[in-house]
Design a protein around this ligand. Structure first.
Ligand code: C2E
Ligand code: MG
Ligand code: MG
Ligand code: MG
Length: 292
């Protein structure tokens, strides 16, 4: 254990803490300029209707492949990017890339899908955020209802009045809004009903123990009832087994997402999640009809 003594204080920190500080610095250095160097990529995880298992859309999840550090999880680098003030840049790239991909899929003839993407508290608070979304939509000529913005409870609870105005603007444009990781943050139900949220996403922590954990079952059921009472849709994250999917469908959950329903994949592979009939517009299906 290292010890540093000042006149009035003694600061102790462990080797792990030192290593962590060092690796955060290294990570921050590599992160600078990573977007421009093309080190970021979006992977798309399917979201499905709980009853029919038909594709309803995707969640875009950022991937960073650093030449120095290899693959770094967003759970690790996003908080560091926030501290270093890099989120505006990363966030702008994400929304642009999501719209570009949406346009590509629309051009290929795919319809009736939405793409959800994650927005951190800091991004939501930034004055230029709504304009960024509006610009990306118009540049790529994508209908606003294609976008579903995933927010967390904590990002809603900071500067509530300001956030309320931002969400109203986003809704006016026509984008949809989801509350991610629901049940893990702390948000007030009194506020929740005032925000124009379309979907609650049950956090995977409550899905993991299903169907055997009575506590998880009680929590999942309560969130489903709450969402529907507030006229919101509800989806579950982290669904890994058929048993969990079936249990959540019976609870009345509208949508499912998780490895059981499909893993996140880069766009070319993720395209395979679209129903085969939709390929008609590109000519592939008519070819196979001719061959039949
Ligand atoms: P999230 O938005 O709650 O995303 C769900 C996470 O669960 C993703 O981790 C996903 O890969 C993972 N996941 C999906 N299905 C399963 C499953 O069945 N089992 C398990 N164990 N995990 C599953 P990922 O991609 O590592 O992302 C972690 C977090 O990083 C995200 O949590 C989100 O908060 C943040 N994030 C990801 N992309 C972005 C982004 O573009 N911008 C911002 N601001 N945050 C992002
Ligand atoms: Mg999310
Ligand atoms: Mg989540
Ligand atoms: Mg999460």
């Amino acid at each position: 254990r290292a010890k540093r003594q000042g006149r009035d204080c003694i600061v102790e920190f462990s080797v792990e803490e030192m290593e962590d500080t060092e690796s955060r610095l290294t990570l921050g250095r590599s992160l600078r300029g990573a977007v421009q160097r093309g080190e970021m990529e979006l992977h798309y995880q399917p979201q499905r209707d709980a009853t029919s298992l038909a594709l309803t859309g995707f969640e875009a999840l950022i991937r960073w492949i650093s030449p120095e550090l290899g693959r770094v999880s967003p759970a690790r680098f996003i908080p560091i990017a926030e501290t270093l003030g890099m989120m505006p840049e990363i966030g702008e790239w994400v929304v642009g890339e999501v719209c570009r991909q949406a346009r590509e899929w629309l051009d290929q003839g795919h319809r009736d899908f939405e793409i959800a993407f994650n927005v951190s508290a800091q991004e939501l608070q930034r004055p230029g955020f709504v304009d960024q979304v509006r610009d990306a939509l118009s540049v790529h000529e994508v209908p606003a209802s294609t976008l579903n913005i995933e927010l967390t409870e904590s990002s809603l609870m900071e500067n509530v009045d300001r956030v309320r105005r931002t969400l109203a603007e986003l809704r006016a444009i026509g984008t949809r809004l989801s509350l991610d990781d629901f049940g893990t943050g702390y948000s007030s139900l009194a506020y929740l009903k005032q925000f124009p949220i379309d979907k609650l996403k049950i956090d995977q922590r409550f899905v993991r123990g299903l169907p055997y954990s009575d506590d998880d079952a009680a929590i999942a059921q309560t969130i489903v009832v709450l969402a529907h009472q507030l006229r919101m849709r509800v989806s579950a994250e982290g669904v890994e087994t058929g048993e969990q999917a079936e249990f959540l469908r019976k609870l009345g959950c509208d949508e499912l997402q998780g490895y059981y329903l499909g893993r996140p994949a880069a766009a070319p592979s993720a395209s395979a999640f679209f129903p085969a009939a939709q390929v008609t517009a590109t000519g592939d299906a008519s070819e196979s009809l001719q061959n039949a």
